[in-house]
Design a protein around this ligand. Structure first.
Ligand SMILES: O=C(O)C(=O)C[C@]1(C(=O)O)C=C[C@@H](O)C=C1
Length: 282
């Protein structure tokens, strides 16, 4: 059966490209959403759907709100995909860069191109819900004076002219996406234990001396490699934090033992997913 994958954004956006790359051996249908929240709403009402969710970028950092969405929803992470992101500046045919007064894009994309955009102060940065959505809006409404920061494919798809290519601040610009599924579907189509070498968890620690350090020491004892840790404030408890951690490991059994070993030291543990590490980042 054709997989249906919810994406934030419209045809030609980076989520669309990431979904098509990740499922390159299968025919898929992408379901556009206006926000990350809307993606989770769709997943909650239709357990047969999958989703792809940007979680961090090598220039702009973490998408913080997406960590909280992962925790608050029952979906499981079943995979990850790292994709090179290269942005273009695109406008209606006939427009030159000095005629532009406004640049539209997803906030993460604008941040990734900040150095280029600061060199062109004639363009005011206006955040929109999507890169490709910005290109589409400019084309459909014939918005003279507007440019979009979007992928080359999106510019072509919506008939815009590319004024500048590779405008990201650093060429090593990658976004890491997570593949999500309802827990029952995840058990069915997620990777076999033998292929699992990465996990994402969230937990809190008591506000005592060395609490987090003790957890990390135990993980290191079990040969667990901490690949990312992200703290987020706990609502209503000033200056207290929740920790989102990603691990990689060679032995699934040792990883499970390490989780059992840290349990007495932590609270509110949730395993967000166990999956195969994506290595295609070069
Ligand atoms: O606007 C898009 O095209 C998206 O898919 C969103 C998004 C993001 O959420 O970070 C995806 C990848 C890039 O980092 C820029 C924007």
């Amino acid at each position: 059966m054709k997989k249906r994958v919810t994406i934030q954004g419209v045809a030609g956006c980076y989520h669309d490209a990431a979904a098509r790359n990740y499922f390159s051996n299968e025919e898929i249908e992408t379901i556009p959403c206006d926000s990350f929240q809307e993606m989770f709403d769709h997943l909650a009402t239709d357990a047969s759907l999958l989703a792809i969710l940007a979680i961090e970028n090598t220039i702009a950092g973490s998408l913080l709100q997406n960590h909280e969405l992962l925790r608050k929803n029952q979906t499981r992470i079943i995979g990850e995909y790292k994709m090179r992101i290269s942005h273009t500046l695109a406008a209606l045919p006939g427009q030159s860069i000095d005629q532009l007064t406004e640049v539209n894009s997803h906030p993460m994309a604008l941040r990734q191109c900040e150095q280029f955009l600061l060199r062109h102060p004639n363009m005011k940065m206006i955040e929109k819900f999507d890169t490709a959505g910005s290109a589409k809006e400019i084309a459909e409404n014939n918005l003279l004076g507007h440019a979009a920061v979007c992928g080359e494919y999106a510019a072509e798809l919506y008939g815009l002219n590319i004024l500048e290519r590779s405008i990201e601040t650093n060429k090593r610009n990658f976004t890491r996406f997570l593949i999500l599924a309802d827990p029952l579907l995840a058990a069915e189509i997620g990777p076999d234990e033998s292929k699992i070498n990465k996990a994402s968890i969230v937990f809190t620690t008591p506000h005592t001396k060395g609490a987090l350090s003790k957890v990390l020491t135990i993980l290191s004892f079990y040969d667990i490699n901490l690949s990312k840790i992200q703290s987020m404030p706990i609502l209503g408890r000033e200056w207290e934090y929740r920790f989102y951690a990603d691990f990689t490991f060679d032995s699934y059994a040792r990883y499970r033992q390490s989780i059992e070993a840290i349990k007495p030291l932590i609270n509110d543990l949730r395993i967000l997913g166990e999956y195969t590490e994506c290595k295609n980042e070069i």
